[in-house]
Design a protein around this ligand. Structure first.
Ligand SMILES: [Fe+2]
Length: 466
């Protein structure tokens, strides 16, 4: 190795070192999972990892590792995610939400031990501690630093992680198939099936939303809203989980809320199709039939084993507007989950094409809902929802004043009309590749939003760009 190569590797770390570190880390984790605390194997695993780290830190002062869906970055060398060892390692870090991991010279053995404990803690435990990064800091560990994937709150996000987007798409199709089979069975014999699959689906949504909410918002927003009967339940589940994730719910409750949202309208299967799909206005008798779907759903859900207590409640309460009797009762207040589902339900219904009208654009939908804040929608919840979506939710294609085309990817907390966007076509019509990020709240009048644009007409698929 030439002198130059040697100094290069000194600053960057080597593949060999990365493999040594990964195998020691995984061995230590496995021992911790298999043996009781303080067992000699556990102690040996910690000691080996600590020695390996110390050796590398002596040489380099710091060890920096980042993980993406396809590779590790170790210092500045790229290591593709192939082979069992690396896949295991990625899975481990992924489960703890770790995006970047750093060790610094001065690392002590107790820090290594405590870090390992936290790394393998359950999601519930980590949640209770405020997340891995926060837990590490509050333990007083100063020589290990992790950056975890944050919820995609407005203004802080960049473009989405391709793996999240792909998984969200998959979840969407799974959700559609699931709704189809649940509906078929309810229509056939009035029972609710596939409870386990609904729970699995909700778990996946929660996991995705905890990583970042943009893909959930974008995928449900871009799904054609013309097949309402199938897409509605899945869209409502995605929106609900996205809203609920930003609130203080523990993971188990989030899962239950996801199931409740997916099944909130299950009582509609008892409505005769000619009433359900009627293109014109419903008469009084038909309204009575439609309006009992919440109660019918609650009854069926309450008779379904293993579904939990929440889905019947949410089914019963989600049309709060229709429950004037309940609203008049000072002792009654709806479950928070019902209030969230109510927001998601109305938003998706407005956005969707219905037998009697076209789907409405996002800004118009939001403005209609603003009228009902305080009456139908809880003001705090609605504010959170509005901040997440803005008037141009992630995935919305817009034309700017100068003729350029851009895709919204995160709303701006202070101005719902000025989201963060990705410029995909310049004013002259040429493709901008890679897309350029622009914060419209910081840009001039020529780059403000002029109109919504149709992805098919413009020839841009927002999901390819996000
Ligand atoms: Fe409903």
């Amino acid at each position: 190795m030439s002198g130059q190569d040697a100094s290069k590797s000194r600053s960057q770390g080597t593949r060999g070192e990365f493999h040594a570190f990964a195998s020691k880390l995984l061995a230590a984790v496995q021992f911790q999972q298999l043996y009781p605390p303080r067992h000699p194997h556990v102690e040996q695993g910690i000691k080996d990892l600590f020695e390996q780290l110390s050796k590398q830190l002596e040489l380099r002062g710091a060890i920096r590792l980042a993980v993406t869906p396809t590779e590790f970055l170790f210092g500045s060398i790229q290591i593709p995610l192939d082979g069992e060892l690396l896949e295991e390692m990625a899975k481990l870090l992924h489960a703890a939400g770790v995006q970047k991991l750093e060790f610094f010279a001065g690392l002590e053995e107790w820090e290594t031990r405590k870090f390992l404990d936290l790394l393998i803690a359950s999601p519930d435990q980590l949640w209770a501690l405020g997340g891995l990064a926060e837990a590490i800091a509050s333990e007083g560990i100063t020589h290990v630093v992790v950056s975890t994937i944050k919820i995609g709150t407005a203004g802080t996000a960049g473009t989405t992680d391709p793996e999240s987007l792909f998984r969200t798409w998959e979840a969407y199709s799974t959700g559609l198939r699931l709704v189809q089979s649940i509906r078929g069975r309810v229509r056939a014999d009035g029972t609710i099936t596939n409870v386990d699959k609904a729970k699995e689906f909700a778990r996946e949504l929660v996991e995705l939303a905890v990583r970042e909410t943009q893909p959930l918002l974008a995928v449900q927003a871009l799904k054609t809203h013309d097949d309402y009967s199938y897409t509605h339940s899945v869209n409502v589940a995605m929106l609900t989980v996205a809203i609920a994730t930003s609130l203080d719910f523990p993971p188990d409750h989030l899962h239950e809320i996801g199931v409740a949202a997916l099944l909130h309208d299950v009582g509609k299967e008892l409505i005769p199709l000619e009433v359900l799909n009627k293109p014109g206005k419903l008469d009084e008798e038909e309204w009575v039939i439609v309006n009992r779907h919440g109660r019918d759903g609650a009854r069926m859900l309450a008779a379904t084993d293993g579904i939990g207590d929440l889905p019947p409640v949410v089914s019963y309460e989600h049309h709060l507007a229709y429950h004037d009797d309940l609203r008049a009762d000072p002792d009654w207040s709806p479950h928070l989950a019902s209030e969230i589902v109510c927001i998601a339900d109305v938003y998706d219904a407005l956005r969707s094409e219905r037998p009697y009208r076209e789907g409405l654009p996002p800004e118009k939908s939001m403005k209609i809902m603003e009228e009902d804040v305080g009456r139908l929608f809880d003001p705090d919840l609605f504010e959170g929802f509005f901040k997440m979506m803005g008037y141009y939710p992630p995935g919305t294609l817009v034309q700017l004043e100068d003729g350029a085309m851009a895709i919204a990817y995160a709303s701006n907390l202070d101005d719902p009309r000025k989201p963060h966007v990705l410029l995909v076509k310049s004013a002259s019509g040429s493709l901008v590749d890679p897309p350029e990020r622009l914060d419209l709240s910081q840009s001039g009048p020529e780059t403000q939003i002029a109109a919504l644009a149709d992805p098919d007409e413009v020839g841009v698929d927002p999901l390819d760009v996000l």
